[in-house]
Design a binder for this molecule. Structure first.
Ligand code: NAD
Ligand code: ZN
Length: 248
């Protein structure tokens, strides 16, 4: 393991375009449950509530579930050492972009600036009836079933539901950084959710070295991962940081 940390740290320290691709696992130590695994969101809720057609047709039933699933817990969560390490690397010019599948805002809370939100965010909603974008304030979220403050219409959180396309700008920027990348850090993601899961394969095809951090092997591990660092993101990233400082 120590040998892998040292090899990974060397590659990161001498990288030209380091990109991090993150999933729910990076926020697990901040108390936000992942989708899969013990204690995961799917143990408690039916995935159908995140299906766009189901949401539209069961608006009043689904909103309280979505609030319970994401808003209550995300509002309280704080970044962990994994988020802070990535923010620090960006400030130092080492990390060029974070492509995240998460909707929890924790990279930004930790101070990261160039965060591409592949699956949108929980901070705002779009009104399905008048088309306006509405910040999801505490007042709006205090309603059992949130309604548009302008027209009383239905508000859809601005994250990507199953059956919805990826926001075009996020998709394009993600691909640009992925294709520029020489070292690609894949952190806390199973690699199952399409099309996000395809990005590391694009990076690999384009010649990047894939460094993966995960508690458990993922879809990538036996296939495209060059260095697998098994463990908690909140411990491995600070360990890499310490090693980078030691060799510099
Ligand atoms: P997932 O829930 O399917 O898998 C989580 C992965 O993280 C697993 O591979 C697991 O082994 C790993 N993991 C768990 N704890 C870890 C830790 N402490 N350190 C390192 N790795 C750890 O998540 P996914 O692959 O990201 O895909 C699910 C989708 O769920 C994404 O699209 C995302 O938008 C959404 N989601 C987001 C959040 C969030 O915003 N925090 C939370 C749950 C789900
Ligand atoms: Zn409206």
């Amino acid at each position: 393991m120590n040998d892998s940390i040292s090899r990974a740290a060397n590659l990161i320290a001498s990288s030209k375009h380091l990109v991090a691709f993150t999933g729910a696992g990076i926020s697990a130590e901040s108390g936000i449950p992942t989708f899969r695994g013990p204690g995961g969101i799917w143990d408690k809720y039916d995935p159908v509530v995140l299906d766009i057609d189901y949401f539209i047709h069961h608006y009043e039933q689904v909103w309280p579930v979505i609030k319970d699933m994401f808003y209550t817990v995300i509002d309280r969560a704080q970044p962990n050492p994994a988020h802070y390490t990535l923010a620090r690397w960006e400030k130092e010019g080492l990390l060029k972009a974070i492509i995240t599948q998460n909707i929890d805002n924790l990279h930004q809370k930790a101070g990261s600036r160039n965060v591409i939100e592949y699956h949108g965010n929980t901070r705002q909603a779009v009104c399905l009836d008048c088309g306006r974008t509405v910040p999801l304030t505490k007042e709006i979220l205090a309603q059992d079933v949130p309604r548009c403050p302008h027209c009383g219409g239905r508000l859809k959180p601005d994250f990507v539901f199953f059956g919805e396309p990826i926001p075009a700008e996020a998709a394009q920027k993600s691909l640009e950084h992925t294709l520029k990348s020489d070292i690609y850090l894949v952190i806390g993601t199973t690699g199952i959710i399409m099309p996000a899961s395809l990005l590391p394969y694009e990076a690999k095809k384009n010649g990047a070295t894939i460094i993966e951090i995960n508690l458990n092997p993922s879809e990538y591990t036996g296939r495209i991962t060059d260095i697998f660092l098994q463990g908690k993101a909140g411990e491995i990233l600070p360990a890499l940081d310490t090693e980078i400082r030691r060799i510099q």
